[in-house]
Design a protein. Structure first.
Length: 156
């Protein structure tokens, strides 16, 4: 605490000296160095403001049997036909690739698609590559059970 007060005093003193060297207003109020700043105490809850504990939930009646939790139907396995159709429907012609490009994508179990790699012998222009990424990442398939599936697709 002492060190921070000392540093603040030093900064105030130097600031005043530097300010006057750069042209200050002599009529401006000066910084009082005899003041210490204290934070107000944190208010505490009084006994009348104490929170009321929540009441326990009602016990189930013995006449009604507990209902089983609804379970979601299991997701089907990865659908290769749907994946092939989704990739074929990607509007990549507007990207103006002009050559054969191999796009490696990963289908996530939620049905989304992530572009992993765009392979060409020569690098593509950045705007063409971004166009391909955006076009492919809009594709989706129905959710499936299991791990993500990686697929390569050739764009001509």
């Amino acid at each position: 605490m002492r060190r921070s007060v000392w540093v603040l005093g030093l900064v105030a003193a130097l600031g005043g000296a530097l300010g006057c060297a750069l042209g200050c207003d002599r009529d401006a109020p000066t910084v009082r160095r005899d003041r210490t700043w204290r934070l107000p105490p944190i208010p505490t809850a009084t006994s009348s403001e104490a929170p009321v504990p929540p009441s326990p939930p009602p016990a189930p009646s013995p006449t009604t049997p507990p209902s089983p939790a609804p379970s979601a139907p299991p997701s089907p396995p990865f659908d290769k036909v749907a994946a092939r159709a989704a990739l074929a429907a990607v509007p990549h012609a507007r990207c103006k690739v002009g050559r054969t490009v191999r796009v490696v994508v990963r289908f996530t179990p939620s049905g989304g698609l992530v572009v992993d790699k765009i392979g060409t012998p020569d690098p593509l222009p950045a705007d063409t590559e971004l166009c391909l990424i955006h076009a492919f990442e809009k594709a989706s398939i129905p959710p499936f059970e299991g791990e993500p599936v990686t697929v390569a697709y050739v764009v001509r």
